[in-house]
Design a binder for this molecule. Structure first.
Ligand SMILES: [Zn+2]
Length: 292
């Protein structure tokens, strides 16, 4: 910068123009119920006029911004695609595993021999830390042509409606987990009758296994994680205040099945539309839908 030229003058003008057009834009910190982390990232291309380097920018928000960065990339890229790629990689580092779960040593991120993906590798004990999806198990309980639903008393999705479901535990089967979750959330004893839907959500590393079930006795009441439990007629299901896309898909598939006969078994992949928040449960596509 010891010899500023025309390009630098142009850059200063850009900055001033940017400031003038964004004086009424700011970060707002306000309290909401959502506990989701949402990230946005972008880059320019060779915006640094001296060294032709591009700029990485990202922001992660959870109601309010929690982490953000705008920095020159460490190497010169040859295309806008490459610049974006570097940005996504850098933003993705936020979620990286930094410590070994076996010995507590710090990790490095490399592609191990014979593998294809970057993994966290412990620099002390050498173990590779693999991340695998989690299994969520639950029950779709029909009773007198109504569906048993729970209103969540915990985050995420506090106050919204869901089917009784939760993470499967080590040492239990999917069906046992679904029965246990139903007992915990709705104090209801159920008998599992058949698998109804397996729904994968690759973006958040979850797979849902929902079973059709019947109440053993017609008793239920809210468990510690529910504020309310009730049976909904199919026409009255609160589609405007459901907790998760997975429940929306499950209930829609079930209602479609019932309209034309009896429940089938469904498999599908729930892909969230890019750039949408996880709390926008209607912003998804159901891909690779198979039924039998
Ligand atoms: Zn280790």
């Amino acid at each position: 910068m010891h010899d500023p030229g025309k390009e630098h003058c142009q850059a200063v003008k850009w900055i001033l123009r940017h400031i003038r057009n964004t004086v009424d834009v700011g970060l707002i910190f306000e309290q909401e119920d959502s506990q989701y982390l949402v990230g946005y990232c972008d880059s320019d291309y060779a915006g640094d006029l001296d060294k032709r380097r591009s700029t990485t920018g990202y922001v992660f928000t959870s109601n309010a911004p929690v982490s953000w960065k705008s920095t020159l990339q460490s190497t010169v890229v040859l295309s806008t695609t490459e610049a974006k790629c570097m940005t996504i990689t850098e933003a993705g580092n936020i979620r990286k595993i930094n410590f070994c779960q076996f010995c507590g040593g710090s990790t490095k991120h490399e592609i191990p021999d014979g593998e294809e993906k970057v993994r966290a590798i412990c620099t002390r004990c050498g173990k590779i830390i693999y991340e695998n999806p989690k299994m969520v198990v639950g029950c779709l309980i029909e009773h007198d042509k109504k569906i048993l639903m729970c209103r969540r008393k915990i985050q995420p999705s506090y106050g919204l409606w869901t089917l009784p479901a939760g993470y499967m535990e080590i040492g239990e089967s999917a069906a046992e987990g679904a029965i246990r979750e139903t007992l915990e959330e709705a104090n209801a004893e159920v008998e599992v009758q058949s698998p109804f839907a397996q729904l994968d959500i690759p973006l958040i590393g979850q797979t849902y296994m929902i079973f059709l079930a019947k109440l053993k006795t017609p008793h239920f009441s809210p468990g510690p994680e529910s504020s309310e439990c009730r049976l909904y007629e199919l026409d009255d299901i609160p589609f405007d205040s459901l907790a998760f896309s997975s429940m929306l898909v499950t209930l829609k598939l079930y209602i479609e099945d019932i309209k034309v006969g009896r429940p089938k078994f469904h498999y599908g992949i729930i892909n969230k539309r890019p750039g949408t928040s996880p709390s926008e449960i209607h912003a998804y596509t159901l891909d690779y839908h198979m039924q039998s």
